[in-house]
Design a binder for this molecule. Structure first.
Ligand SMILES: Cc1ncc(C[n+]2csc(CCOP(=O)(O)OP(=O)(O)O)c2C)c(N)n1
Ligand SMILES: [Mg+2]
Length: 796
């Protein structure tokens, strides 16, 4: 029987062929849309074909989880095809609608993608945070799988330019990262260019600094044995000295060019010249392109040796972009495609007959044996790797004592503290995390009760020394708060890891992250990435808007309500009062666990059965709280996105709709205008996002023929007379609520904040931006002319 390396070598060729064919098919053969005919990442894929062959067909265990370099997607899909996890139809439709995705996608692909990738840097960092999640579960005896998995990232060398990689490395070091492998595809090419000389040494130093073991894989076994020949050392020195650009150029040009250049540099030098002369052009090319990243024996040995490493391992593997293809080494090859002639040549080199291109075993001498080998591949031995955790029961209500005046941020702290006091499965599954703003976002009381997580016990020294402090931060494996450094990218990657726990590790966690609202933008791509992966978490962002007034102009957030609306997979809420927040938070813990693709009823415009993540935009502003009991009807409306605080009468001339922290201004303005504007209404909006999504979906349903499709905002506004004016107000961009005027065509004026940066008191800033009660009244006077508004100071 053949040895493993021989099988892997055949598979490597097959993978290279199938990925090339898939791309060629998408671009030249599949009928249809020209827009799909774009660079297929052929060269980037080939660069990783050997490494991925070794990993997937031999090294990886079922428990391992992998983030594949986005532009190696064709190789990934080809491998899954050979493992029986991917269909031919999907490959034939690569990059097409419903076909195998351009970048591996957890949510859109069906072939066992562990981590989505696409935005470079994020997939790699995600493996690191997933490993921390595995440690968290392990410490709590929640790890069901018998063996710990290894979190593996395959990343491009230019991907290392992304700053979030380094933020993640630092965080990993703090938490004693383990079980993580990063394999850097060191092809010394990016999209535009050839990378700087000696980059690997910077990488090596950085990784070592952060506590990683570094394995540099440079020379393949052919090269290694050539170096042992007489004159071999001179050849090795030449290779080690050769600039990246030149190496790439010679790789592209092939054997004759190698010979010429080598002989120019090393000719007439006795042994080394003889070493070169002994080889044909083809052999010389094979030798010079035999870098370790394309050498199965060297790779297998390196992976085997690293299996016992306790510390995380970074492999820097020298590769060739476009390896085995006519594109190899050319600096412009990133989007390069092979011509039909080149593909035909590759086909015959691979022994594939025309018309049999998709056949997995076409052209292989011992197909049966290979099939049997594929059946034994360790990675596939435990079947389906996508897991699902059971749902955690959430109490009907989470109730706290609400003071007559308080802020939603305080309310959030109280609610979390209330959960912390419970001895329940629910409380045990909640895990919090924050990028150095745990205390200032009011998670302190929660952490005091539930503790900080660390694999090893670490006492709070202040407490030990009996120095009074509000916070007792003992760290232990029992802790339920993951403290992060100030890096919002890391926060969202951590939430993403925690929020995939059920799917990756089969145990559900209920993650809650906190940060300052403006810094959502700092971590936005990671938030988007987390949502794209369908990770489930709650993020509480506070303080927010210009209302954080004294905090400073630089911290004001304007765009975040629009982000909350526009971000797919994220339901956003901005409650005004703490009793609303209590309802919403309870809903959120339930919502993040939902996973049903069926609509629950004809009016499920919000796709609530599917669930998603939740964003709570909160505030530090203390405002008067209503003294009321929230019945089930009101609770449902709060969750749907809005309710009437004051229902407009049949002759209403004006409605004020506000969101969040502007409740007092809206209430005050409405109170003062009540005598002068008939039947005035006051609409509290708890979620512009859900109102808007519901409206869009109901319209689409109506257009498809569901005549009785009505959204919540339509229901709310149905009682508002046609001639009534509508004023909306939000501490954020006015567009957040402006669309409400389009629901029934009410004349609308939308107040909000468009410019930021000015500090001041809340009244000063509200006046400045025209979102105080006077501003609302001024807008009312202009929008609905009529009787003078008595309480309006003329030109206040
Ligand atoms: C955040 C982000 N910015 C830009 C891109 C576009 N892009 C895709 S691949 C690439 C260069 C990748 O070079 P490298 O990581 O060395 O991969 P290689 O193709 O050489 O394997 C760029 C800039 C991206 N995918 N993500
Ligand atoms: Mg590269």
């Amino acid at each position: 029987m053949k040895d493993e390396i021989a099988f892997l070598a055949e598979l490597e060729k097959k993978v290279l062929w199938l990925s090339s064919w898939m791309i060629h098919h998408a671009n030249h053969i599949r009928p249809g849309d020209d827009s799909l005919k774009v660079g297929g990442h052929q060269a980037s894929s080939a660069s990783l074909s050997t490494i991925m062959t070794a990993l997937y067909f031999s090294v990886l265990k079922p428990e391992d989880r992998v983030a594949v370099k986005p532009h190696a997607s064709p190789v990934f899909h080809a491998i899954q095809y050979l493992l029986g996890n991917q269909t031919r139809e999907k490959l034939e439709n690569f990059r097409g609608f419903g076909g195998a995705q351009s970048y591996p996608s957890r949510t859109k692909d069906t072939d066992d993608v562990d981590f989505s990738t696409g935005s470079v840097g994020l997939g790699a960092a995600q493996t690191l945070f997933a490993s921390l999640v595995q440690d968290y579960l392990g410490a709590k005896d929640l790890l069901r799988q018998t063996e710990e998995g290894r979190m593996v990232a395959l990343l491009g060398d230019a991907e290392m330019d992304e700053g979030n990689i380094f933020e993640a490395l630092l965080e990993g070091w703090k938490h004693g990262l383990r079980n993580t492998w990063w394999v850097v595809d060191y092809n010394r090419q990016s999209l535009d260019a050839v990378v700087r000389e000696g980059l690997w040494q910077r990488f090596e130093a950085i990784f070592k600094n952060f506590g990683w073991d570094v394995v540099v894989l440079k020379h393949g076994s052919l090269q290694q044995s050539a170096f042992a020949e007489p004159g071999g050392q001179a050849l090795k020195e030449w290779i080690d000295r050769c600039p990246n650009q030149l190496y790439s150029a010679l790789t592209f040009q092939g054997g004759a060019a190698w010979r010429k250049r080598l002989l120019d540099d090393l000719g007439d030098q006795g042994e080394v010249s003889a070493l070169i002369e002994r080889r044909s052009d083809a052999d010389l090319e094979a030798l010079m392109t035999n870098l370790a990243g394309h050498d199965l024996p060297v790779l297998m040995e390196a992976f085997r040796a690293a299996a016992s490493h306790e510390r995380p391992v970074c492999f820097i593997a020298y590769t060739i972009k476009g390896y085995g293809l006519p594109l190899a080494g050319h600096k412009d090859n990133h989007a390069g495609l092979m011509t039909s002639t080149q593909i035909a040549a590759l086909r015959s080199k691979m022994g594939v007959r025309e018309g049999y291109e998709w056949e997995p075993f076409e052209g292989l001498a011992e197909a049966r044996e290979l099939e049997a080998f594929l059946g034994r591949v360790p990675f596939r031995q435990k079947g389906r790797r996508r897991l699902s955790g059971t749902q955690i029961e959430i109490p009907e209500r989470i109730e706290v004592q609400i003071a007559s005046s308080m802020s939603t941020q305080q309310g959030f702290g109280l609610l979390m503290h209330e959960i912390a006091k419970r001895d329940s499965e629910f409380a045990a599954r909640v895990v919090t995390t924050s990028p150095d703003v745990t205390v200032s976002t009011n998670l302190g009381a929660w952490v005091n009760r539930r503790g900080v997580f660390a694999r090893n016990e670490l006492a709070d020294l202040f407490r030990k020394e009996r120095i009074p402090s509000t916070f007792a931060w003992d760290a232990s494996p029992r802790g339920q708060h993951l403290e992060l450094g100030i890096a919002e990218m890391n926060l969202f990657l951590m939430l993403s890891g925690l929020g995939l726990s059920h799917s990756l590790f089969g145990e559900r966690l209920l993650p809650v992250g906190t940060l300052y609202d403006p810094f959502i933008e700092r971590g936005l791509d990671a938030l988007n990435y987390a949502c794209y992966q369908d990770a489930r978490f709650i993020v509480a962002a506070t303080p927010s808007g210009v209302t954080l007034a004294p905090e400073g102009g630089a911290h004001q957030s304007i765009a975040t309500p629009l982000i909350g609306m526009a971000q797919d997979g994220l339901a956003s809420f901005e409650p005004g009062f703490v009793d609303e927040l209590a309802i919403i938070l309870r809903f959120a813990f339930d919502y993040i666990q939902r996973d049903d693709d069926r609509a629950t009823g004809p009016s499920d415009w919000l796709r609530d059965a599917r669930g998603g993540s939740v964003y709570l935009r909160l505030s530090t502003r203390t405002i008067e709280q209503p003294n009321r009991k929230i019945d089930d009807g009101l609770a449902a409306d709060i969750v749907r996105g809005g309710y009437w605080l004051r229902r407009p009468g049949p002759n209403a001339e004006l409605v004020v709709a506000y969101t969040g922290v502007l409740a007092p201004e809206a209430l005050e303005a409405v109170g003062m205008m009540a005598e002068d504007r008939r039947d005035i209404g006051l609409l509290a909006i708890t979620s512009a996002d859900r109102l808007n999504a519901g409206w869009n979906a109901a319209q689409a349903a109506q257009e498809r023929g569901t005549a009785d499709a009505v959204s919540h905002i339509e229901e709310l506004l149905s009682a508002v007379p046609a001639g009534c004016g509508l004023i909306t107000a939000v501490d954020g961009h006015p567009a957040t609520l402006a669309w409400i005027g389009a629901v029934f065509g009410h004349r609308t004026r939308s107040l909000g904040v468009e410019h930021f940066g000015q500090t001041g008191t809340i009244p000063e800033l509200y006046r400045h931006h025209g979102i105080d009660a006077q501003g609302i009244m001024k807008a009312a006077r202009a929008l609905v002319p009529g009787r003078p508004i008595r309480h309006l100071r003329s030109f206040a």
